[in-house]
Design a protein around this ligand. Sequence first.
Ligand code: V47
Length: 366
Amino acid sequence: MLSRLRSSGLADIAEKLDRGARLGLEDGRRLFDSPDLLAVGWLANREREKRHGPRTFYNYNIRLEATNVCVASCLFCSFARLKPGDTDAYTMTLEQVWDKLRQRAHQPLTEIHVVNGLHPDLPFDYYTEMLRGFKRIRPDIHLKCFTAVEIAFFADLYGMTDEQVLRELMAAGLDSLPGGGAEIFAERVRRKIAHDKCGTERYLEIHRTAHRLGMRTNVTMLYGHIETSEERVDHMLRARALQDETGGFQAFIPLAFHPDNNQMRQLPAPSAADTLRVHAVARLMCDNIDHVKAFWIATGVEVAQTCLWFGADDLDGTVQEEKIYHMAGSRTPTSMSTREIERLIRAAGREPVERDTLYRVVEHAL
Ligand code: V47
C-alpha cells in the first residue's frame, strides 16, 4: 500500500495519520483532488477500523416532521411550503403528532427525530407540549428534536435567548439536537443557498450552548451543489474546532444534495464516487468526532453499504417516515426494519450493532 500511496502523492498524509498528527486545510484539498479515490478510502477505512473495527451502528428510530410551513426559502429545499394555505402545506395537531408515536409505541423504538419547518404562527407550547406528550406515551424514549436553526427561530419569534429556549425544551423532555441546518458554513455559499435562516456563528453557538447544558448533538454538511472542495474542508474544520472545545458532537453526517423540486434543480445530484469521497475525507479531517454517519436515505442504500468501507461506521436508523429527501427525489424506501438494516450491513461485510442515540449498545430481551 505504501507504494500505492506514494504514487498517488498521499504518502505524507498517510505518514501524518500514522503519527497522530492533524490534517489541515491543504491536506483536505489534496484528498478531494486526488484521482486515487481508493487510496483516500483506504486511509479513511484504516481510521474507521482503528476506532470501531468492523462494527456498524444503527438505531431503531422514527422520523417526524410536524409541519412543512416554513418562512425560510432555502434554495435546496423541496419540503418547505411558505404559507399555511399553500397547496401541500400541512401542520399536524398535537394529537396527530402523538398518534404517530402511539401507533408504534409497541415497537422497541429508542429515538424520535423531529425536524420541522419554521412556522410563524404556532405558540411555543406547541413544541414543549409535543415533547411532554411523547414522554407521557413512552417515558424511556430519547427525543432528538429541532435543529439549531429551529432553536434560533424560536428565540427570535418568542423573544427568548437561545439558551432559554434550550432550557425550556430540555425541561419539557428534549434530550439532544440533530445536526440539520448546518448546510455549508462558508458564508459565500450560505448567503446564496440559505440566506434567510440563522448564520454559521449562531448555528455553532447554539451547539456550543447545548453541549454546555449537557446535551449531545450531531453536525451535518449538505454537499454536492455549489460548494467548492475548499469550502467542504473548511466546514469540517469548523466542526472539528468546536469539538475540540466541547466534545459534544457525536456524529458528522454528510448529506448528499437531492435536486428534484427545488430551486437548484438544474444541478446534477452528486455522484456515488463523490459521496464515497466526502465520507472518507470527513473521517480523516474530523479526527475528534467519534462517528461518521452515512444516512442511507441521503446516499442510497447501496452507496451507504459501500461508505462502510470509506470511513462511515453508522447508517442512522429505521426512520419509518421521511419527507425531506423523498420530496427532493430520493428513491430509497422511506423505512427499513432492523432486520433489513442488519442484513444490508452484513451483506457489506460489516458487523451490525444496534445503538441508542447516545451510542450505548441496545440488547433486546429474548
Ligand atoms: O438541514 C434539505 C437537508 C437536513 C435537501 O442529526 C437536503 O442524526 C439534500 O439534518 N437534498 C435535515 N439534503 C436532515 C438532517 C439529518 C438527517 C439524518 C440524521 C440527522 C441526525 C440529521 O436535510 C437539512 C438539509 O441540510 N436537506 N433538503 C435536499 N434537497
